[in-house]
Design a protein around this ligand. Structure first.
Ligand code: DCP
Ligand code: CA
Length: 406
């Protein structure tokens, strides 16, 4: 039986939420990400702002230069998280087979549910309408027999779009599109493909499987399948986050060890707190650095034993930081830390490991105290140097550019 899969993605998400709260912003070039005289990048740009060339990831300074009359908003993560939760709840009402991909994006397997609404198209219209009625937000929906094509269809239909790729049409739909539209094709893969004279998905689909495998290893097989529109990956209703991370851009590029270390400690604590709140443990710690010239690196370390302890996250991040700084002399612009390979905690092991158990109790106690009395009620030595630099709020420091998305 052919599956019916939808990819639903909210348009200009952060900006759209701000426009609902302040309708005067509607129809105008709006940017969420921070004040244009500060450092940091565009997190979300309205489609009116995109007409000036603005896009996510662009430095705010550049955005202001390209569109001086754009309205710049700092944004606040809690608003977006609330909207996201309501968005996911609406989707879950239409089908239980929901896979959230990010705050504003999800796959929904609606196979068999469409008949209640008349047709799959009518079902998609009803979903868009419900999101509009309840949240006031515009959404775009792609419909196809598989996830990859559904997602690309949603992207192409933006903004406020709806695009169905009928079963059997996957290959011809994909053929004229640039190869980089396929998941897993980053800058590097794209360069190799271009070197082979391949620019479109259609051209890619004619490459022999053996050639793709010899160039790209195991992912060559996926490219082979996806480029022909073959995709049987399931909509996974786990809904569980695959990674948790925090990052921030400094007010000024820096090599100050104590500032880098303290900031890493602070971000690591935020990651640890979310990990514990979600009841998960992490098997991998990742450090992210962006240098003054925008060179961005990530370095990861796989832990011998999964953890949810701030101390382990920080110590691992610090080792990665020390190594990275010894390899690159530039000033640092942005620092971030994240965890992945998330699992449910393995209780029995902890019982044998008393130091792990002590850490676990300590972190839980800190979480409880902070929940009750605010972030600054208790502070670790790691983050103390930040006290003189950043303003404190009840729930933590206000960094120069808080990571809005996570
Ligand atoms: N986001 C972010 N930093 C990025 C990319 C995204 O903080 N580098 C946040 C802001 C976005 C939200 O995540 O509003 C969703 O990301 P999308 O890529 O879906 O972008 P938008 O929803 O803003 O626009 P689009 O209409 O293209 O989906
Ligand atoms: Ca979006």
């Amino acid at each position: 039986m052919t599956r019916q899969i939808m990819h639903i993605d909210l348009d200009a998400f952060f900006v759209s939420v701000e426009q609902v709260l302040n309708p005067e912003l509607k129809g105008k070039p709006v940017v969420v990400g921070g004040r244009p005289d500060r450092r940091g990048v565009v997190a979300s740009a309205s489609y009116e702002a995109r007409a000036f060339g603005l896009h996510a990831g662009m430095p705010l300074i550049t955005a202001r230069r390209l569109c001086p009359r754009a309205i710049f908003i700092e944004g606040s993560f809690t608003k977006y998280r609330d909207a996201s939760q309501k968005f996911m709840a609406i989707l879950a009402d239409f089908s239980p087979y929901l896979e959230p991909v990010s705050l504003d994006e999800a796959f929904l397997d609606v196979t068999g549910f469409e008949s209640i609404h008349g047709s799959i198209q009518q079902m998609a219209v009803a979903i868009k309408q419900r999101i509009k009625d309840v949240l006031g937000l515009p959404a775009s929906i792609g419909i196809a027999s598989g996830k990859v094509v559904a997602k690309i269809a949603a992207e192409l239909s933006k903004p406020d779009g709806l695009l169905e790729v009928a079963a059997g049409e996957e290959r011809s739909f994909l053929a004229p599109l640039p190869a980089a539209r396929l998941p897993g094709i980053g800058k590097k893969t794209e360069r190799i493909l271009n070197g082979l004279g391949i620019h479109t998905i259609g051209e890619l689909s004619f490459m022999p499987l053996s050639a793709l495998k010899s160039h790209f290893g195991v992912s060559g097989e996926l490219l082979y399948r996806h480029s022909s529109g073959i995709d049987d990956s399931k909509v996974e209703p786990s809904g569980a986050a695959k990674s948790i991370s925090r990052e921030t851009t400094f007010g000024q590029d820096t090599r100050d060890r104590s500032l880098l270390k303290a900031t890493l400690g602070y971000l690591g604590e935020r990651v640890g707190a979310e990990l514990r709140q979600k009841g998960r443990q992490a098997g991998c710690v990742t450090l992210k650095l962006r240098y003054a010239d925008f060179l961005t690196i990530t370095r990861r370390h796989t832990l011998i034993k999964a953890t949810d302890a701030d101390q382990t996250i920080f110590n691992t991040g610090l080792k990665l930081l020390t190594k990275a700084l010894s390899q690159e002399r530039q000033l640092v612009r942005l620092i971030g830390i994240g965890v992945s390979n998330l699992t449910e905690p393995g209780r029995q092991l902890d019982m044998l490991d008393s130091s792990g158990q002590r850490l676990e109790q300590l972190n839980k106690a800190i979480d409880r105290i902070r929940k009750k009395y605010g972030f600054s009620a208790i502070q670790s030595g790691r983050t103390l140097p930040l006290k003189d630099i950043f303003p404190e709020r009840d729930d933590g420091y206000t960094l120069h550019t808080p990571s809005l998305s996570r």
